[in-house]
Design a protein around this ligand. Structure first.
Ligand SMILES: Cc1cc2nc3c(=O)[nH]c(=O)nc-3n(C[C@H](O)[C@H](O)[C@H](O)COP(=O)(O)OP(=O)(O)OC[C@H]3O[C@@H](n4cnc5c(N)ncnc54)[C@H](O)[C@@H]3O)c2cc1C
Length: 318
C-alpha cells in the first residue's frame, strides 16, 4: 500500500516507521532480519531501505602510481526490499538516487521495483562521492531530485524513455522526497531550499520525510513555512537518537544539524557512551511524545541497525 494511503487510513493516528541500511558487502540478510524482528510488535506502517552508491578508492600500486577502484560497500537495496515484503508483509520503501544513475538505469530500477510489487520510493539526489566536493550527475542522469521525481511521475503516466513503445503500462509509485528543517547544507537560504522543495512536490512528490532534528520547534516551524508556501503534502519527521559523544561534533559537521544546548551540556558531562545512550534515548522519547501529541502523521526512526535503541523509544511512545 502507498505511504500516503497508510496515512489516510490511520485517520489522524500517528504511525510508526523506520529506516534501515543494507549490510556491508559480505554479510548476509540475517543481520537485516535481526534488526527488524524486535520492531515488528510495534506494527510498522512501512520500512525504508537506504541506497548506497559506489565510492572511489585509490590504491597505491607497486610502481608508485595510484589506481582508482570503484567499490560499492552496501549493495542490496532492492533485494532487501523484496525480502521484507515477502517475509513481513510490510511495505518496503527503497531509496533511489540521481547519483550514479543514468535515466536508463533509473527506468530499469523502477521496472524491477514495479515487478516486485513495491509501490513506494524515496527520490533523492544523493551526496557528492567522497573524493569530490560537489555533486556531479551521471552522464544522461539527473542533477537534482525534482528531475528524478519528474521521471518517476512520467513512468506513472506510462511515459518510458523509448517513445516508440506501444501500450506501455503505467507504474503507480507513491513518491517521497527529503526535506530539511534546518536547510540543506548547500542551499544559500532556507527560503531558497523551500522553493526547491516546492518544485519537488510540484513535480509529483506525494510526501516529505525530514532530515533528523533535535529541537522540535525546527520541525514545527518548517511545517508552517511549507504550508505558507503552498506545500500541502504530509511531512514526516525523521528522528535519530544521539548515542555517542563524538556525534556532538560529527552530526553538525556532516549534516549541518544543530544540537540544542541543553542536550549538548548533558552529553558533554556524561562519563561514557553508555550514559550518552541513555540521555539520547530519553531526549528522543520526549521529542517523539510531543510530535505525537501535536499530530505528526508518522514518526520515522533512523535505526542505523540499532533496533534495541529504537525499541526502547517506541515502547515508551506508542
Ligand atoms: C530522509 C532522507 C533520506 C536519505 N536517504 C539517502 C540514501 O538512501 N542514500 C543517500 O546516498 N543519501 C540519502 N540521503 C542524503 C541525501 O542524498 C543528501 O542530503 C543530498 O545531499 C541531497 O539530496 P536531496 O534529494 O535532498 O537533493 P535535492 O532536492 O536535489 O537538493 C539538493 C540541493 O540542491 C538544491 N536544489 C534542489 N533542486 C534544485 C534545482 N532545481 N536547481 C538548483 N538547485 C536545486 C537544494 O536546495 C539543495 O541544496 C537522505 C536524506 C534524507 C533527508
Amino acid at each position: 500500500m502507498k505511504v500516503t494511503k497508510h496515512i489516510e487510513k490511520a485517520n489522524g493516528k500517528t504511525l510508526f516507521s523506520f529506516e534501515i541500511l543494507p549490510p556491508l558487502k559480505g554479510q548476509n540478510i540475517k543481520s537485516i532480519f535481526d534488526g527488524i524482528d524486535p520492531l515488528m510488535e510495534f506494527d510498522p506502517a512501512f520500512i525504508d531501505v537506504t541506497y548506497h552508491r559506489e565510492e572511489y578508492e585509490y590504491i597505491e600500486r607497486q610502481d608508485g602510481l595510484l589506481e582508482k577502484r570503484v567499490v560499492r560497500k552496501r549493495p542490496g537495496t532492492v533485494g532487501i526490499c523484496a525480502a521484507i515484503q515477502n517475509k513481513y508483509k510490510v511495505d518496503a520503501v527503497p531509496h533511489i538516487l540521481c547519483g550514479g544513475f543514468s535515466r536508463e538505469d533509473t527506468e530499469n530500477f523502477l521496472i524491477d521495483l514495479d515487478f516486485l510489487g513495491i509501490e513506494n520510493v524515496v527520490a533523492l539526489r544523493g551526496d557528492a562521492v567522497k573524493s569530490e566536493i560537489y555533486f556531479k550527475p551521471e552522464k544522461n542522469g539527473h542533477a537534482n531530485a525534482s528531475d528524478l521525481v519528474k521521471q518517476i511521475q512520467g513512468l506513472n503516466s506510462g511515459d518510458y524513455l523509448d517513445e516508440s513503445l506501444e501500450n506501455s503500462c503505467p507504474t503507480t509509485f507513491c513518491i517521497g522526497v527529503a526535506g530539511y528543517p534546518e536547510k540543506h547544507m548547500e542551499a544559500a537560504s532556507l527560503s531558497q531550499d523551500l522553493q526547491y522543495l516546492k518544485k519537488k512536490v510540484e513535480a509529483g512528490a506525494d510526501y516529505i520525510v525530514t532530515q533528523m532534528f533535535f529541537d522540535n520547534e525546527k520541525y514545527f516551524e518548517f511545517v508552517d513555512k511549507c504550508r505558507e508556501e503552498g506545500i500541502n503534502v504530509p511531512i514526516i519527521p525523521g528522528l535519530k537518537p544521539l548515542v555517542t559523544k563524538s556525534q556532538l561534533s560529527m552530526i553538525p559537521h556532516r549534516f549541518k544539524v544543530d544540537i540544542p544546548n541543553d542536550l549538548v551540556i548533558e552529553v558533554a558531562k556524561s562519563k561514557d557512551n553508555k550514559a550518552v545512550k541513555e540521555i539520547g534515548i530519553e531526549w528522543c522519547i520526549q521529542q517523539s511524545k510531543e510530535l505525537l501529541e501535536r499530530g505528526a502523521p508518522v514518526l520515522h526512526y533512523y535505526t542505523m541497525g540499532k533496533s534495541d535503541i529504537t525499541k526502547r523509544i517506541v515502547e515508551a511512545v506508542f
